[in-house]
Design a protein around this ligand. Structure first.
Ligand code: BES
Ligand code: ZN
Length: 701
């Protein structure tokens, strides 16, 4: 796929005036910088508030949208750079003068030295005045059907198979594929949105719905408000035919009509979880807490969108055994949504804190024995991940150095589990009471802000560890956060329940006798522990286990996933039809990867079979899952490099105020009406202006 051509050249909607910024978009490349996976110039302009207007067009699988942006200027600058992807930008208008602003999209400015892993991210460069303390900007755009954040589902991909469905997944850097913005977690803004959808459908956003009215005879318009500032990765939208049931005054469930009853039963403990979370670390800050159950192609287990967590239906197991995921997403309302990782290198501050917090909620609601089982399973996840990362030890640091890599690459259990066990270690050093006091204060004083690893260490020392000389953890902090693997000493934990299961599995592995296994009183977590510890070798052994326990028929997605991994390794073909139907149905990456990986590892025939299954299932997967699986099967897209150039430091780019006459509002020959040079209105004088007022053709100010 060539990414160097200008989107304008490809687009029939090409704004005729797009190139007024420079003779060629490529002339602007040297002025762009890539920091924390964003091309935006956040040190000059800061987004404070966004008013979105979105028309959801299912027939075209696109959003037709506009946004009114309030930017604050931090340093003089002649251009505003926003992140964009998979969209056509139609218009940019200075709302104060009502005049169009010149803009261009610079595609994938750094080529193969830009964002890695096939993130085809672009820079939208908009010309602004050099010095102004704020900018009110209006943008209009249209997403493309393949917009990476959005998945447009056919009715057949939903539970009820009645209506199409749309959902977004913005984390980590996909918000830019449906809204142009400064797509990095350190920028927070408030937002409102007016969303128009077919009148038989419901719509949710990561905000509070405040008003609903008919837009026309077949469409409704819903107004949302998010009064608390959020980072871009928490922007979320979903539209479908779903229903709502309240569980309490402040929480409830959205799900398709055919699933709502089961979902409500499964998630009945949500109000208790909220009470426990508040008792631990202070009041919930986001008003409502609802959960939307998405169709099974949702690529994650859950996503902590403020006010409404998005969740996979694969946690509806029929026995409430997989609801720790809700505790996890709820915990993010503090760790992540309230105190946000400053960059994706600090991702462990979101996830490690959240797993720790999740475990505390689970302990409060279900007791220590239950939470201990989850902790032991988390430790075994961590050991698996350390093993997988043997050749990339840098990725086992809590603090990552992603550089130009896609944050998605850093999305391993290191952030989650190494992060959690590090916090457990601190808790065990200082005692639960002191640690809880510290955490409560940490959430309170840093609310609606961001946190870097470095700052966290400062606060930890200042507000907690310095209180007692025995609590000095300098060494541990250094090696856990900036070092490889999991350094000793480890925190203490154990689960008598799972130790029992592990012993049975070991006995079986030695003797190959099923009589070693006693499954009386087994819960989902016992089964998971058993399946992880069994070392199975061939399909005859699999068949015997299947006869004894009916694994192939089990509907619990966590158990099914582990079983299918064994099936692929052991070439247990009896399970393949069930496995394929699972792979066709479920798009949750955590389940897909190990199953396909096992097929890839199983020899050439197995790999080809896996690839064939993937090709059949791929059209139903979200871009996030597709991207990882394309990599696994080496389905590569070839990128061309733009001409070589040096990556500039953004702060070394000179800011030179353009001459008065080169500023667009004064120089476009508008008719004085304030809207003289629109795309539709047509005539626009080409003015040779480039960022910083540096004219590539030599027309310096
Ligand atoms: N915020 C994450 C999901 C995520 C992380 C999406 C990074 C994109 C980039 C969410 O809170 C999460 O951790 N989900 C887990 C569930 C969990 C219980 C560990 C998942 O999806 O499996
Ligand atoms: Zn999480």
């Amino acid at each position: 796929m060539s990414l160097v051509s200008s989107s304008f050249a490809q687009s029939s909607q090409a704004p005729a005036y797009a190139n007024v910024l420079a003779k060629r978009p490529s002339d602007l490349r040297p002025f762009l910088s890539l920091h924390n996976q964003s091309y935006s110039n956040g040190s000059e302009w800061l987004l404070k508030d966004l008013k979105l207007n979105i028309e959801v067009q299912f027939s075209q699988q696109r959003l037709r949208a506009s946004g009114e942006y309030s930017f604050q200027q931090l340093a003089p600058s002649n251009w505003l750079v926003l992140d964009v992807q998979d969209m056509q930008v139609l218009r940019a208008i200075d709302m104060e003068t009502q005049r169009p602003l010149a803009f261009a999209i610079i595609e994938n400015p750094y080529g193969s030295r830009g964002l890695k892993s096939g993130v085809h991210s672009h820079a939208l460069v908009i010309q602004t005045d050099g010095i102004q303390d704020h900018l009110q900007l209006r943008l209009e755009w249209m997403t493309e059907p393949q917009s990476s954040a959005l998945q447009w589902l056919e009715p057949s991909q939903t539970h009820d198979k009645q209506s199409p469905f749309l959902f977004s997944q913005s984390q980590a850097i996909l918000a830019r594929s449906w809204v142009p913005l400064q797509d990095c977690p350190s920028v927070r803004f408030t937002y409102q949105a007016e969303v128009t959808v077919p009148s038989n459908m419901e719509v949710v956003m990561s905000a509070v719905p405040v008003h609903k009215s008919m837009a026309d005879s077949s469409h409704v318009r819903v107004l949302f408000e998010q009064k608390r500032p959020v980072p871009s990765y928490l922007l979320a939208l979903s539209v479908g035919e779903f229903e709502y049931r309240a569980l309490s005054e402040k929480c409830g469930i959205y799900a398709e009509p055919g699933l709502i009853k089961k979902a409500v039963w499964e998630f009945a403990d949500l109000p208790a979880m909220i009470d426990s979370a508040e008792a631990l670390y202070g009041p919930y800050a986001w008003g409502r807490y609802d959960v939307l159950v998405l169709p099974p192609s949702f690529p994650f287990g859950g996503m902590e969108n403020p006010c409404v967590t998005f969740a996979t239906p694969t946690i509806i197991a029929g026995d409430r055994s997989l609801t720790s995921l809700l505790a996890h997403e709820l915990a993010h309302s503090w760790s992540g949504n309230l105190v946000t990782n400053h960059t994706w290198d600090d991702f462990w501050l979101n996830e490690g804190f959240t797993v720790y917090f999740e475990s505390r909620i689970m302990e409060k609601v279900y007791g220590k024995q239950y939470a201990d089982m989850l902790t032991v399973l988390g430790w075994s996840d961590l050991q698996g991940t350390l093993n997988e990362l043997k050749d990339v030890p840098g990725d086992t640091h809590l603090h990552l150095e992603l550089g130009t890599r896609d944050p998605d690459d850093g999305l391993t259990d290191i952030a989650y589990e190494k992060g959690r066990f590090f916090l457990m270690l601190i808790e065990q050093r200082v005692g639960r009471e002191a640690f809880d006091r510290f955490l409560k204060q940490y959430f309170e004083t840093n609310a609606f802000g961001t946190m870097s690893s470095e700052r966290f260490i400062q606060l930890l020392n200042r507000d907690l560890l310095s209180q007692n000389p025995d609590w000095d953890m300098d060494q541990e902090i250094e090696s856990w956060i900036y070092g490889e693997g999991v350094p000793q000493p480890w925190p203490l934990f154990s689960s008598t329940e799972l130790s029992r299961v592990a012993l049975m599995a070991q006995a079986y592995n030695r003797t190959r006798s099923l009589s070693e296994i006693n499954t009386d009183g087994f819960t989902t977590h016992h089964w998971l522990c058993l399946l992880r510890n069994l070392e199975l070798q061939d399909s005859a052994e699999m068949a015997a286990l299947d006869r004894a326990y009916g694994f192939t028929q089990k509907e619990n997605a966590e158990i099914a996933c582990l079983w299918f991994v064994h099936a692929a390794h052991c070439h247990y073909r009896v399970a393949y039809p069930a496995m394929e139907s699972f792979l066709l149905q479920v798009g949750r990456r955590k389940f897909l990867m190990p199953v396909y990986e096992a097929m890839v590892a199983g020899g050439i025939e197995s790999k080809e079979e896996g690839f064939a299954m993937y090709l059949r299932a791929r059209p139903g997967y979200h871009s996030v899952s597709r991207q990882s699986l394309d990599e696994l099967f080496a389905l590569e897209t070839v990128e061309e490099d733009p001409l070589p150039f040096n990556m500039p430091n953004p702060h070394s780019v000179p800011v030179i105020e353009p001459p008065r006459e080169s500023r667009l509002p004064d120089s476009q020959g508008g008719d004085g009406s304030g809207n003289g040079t629109t795309r539709d209105g047509g005539t626009l004088r080409e003015v040779p202006v480039s960022p910083s007022g540096l004219d590539p053709d030599g027309g310096r100010p």
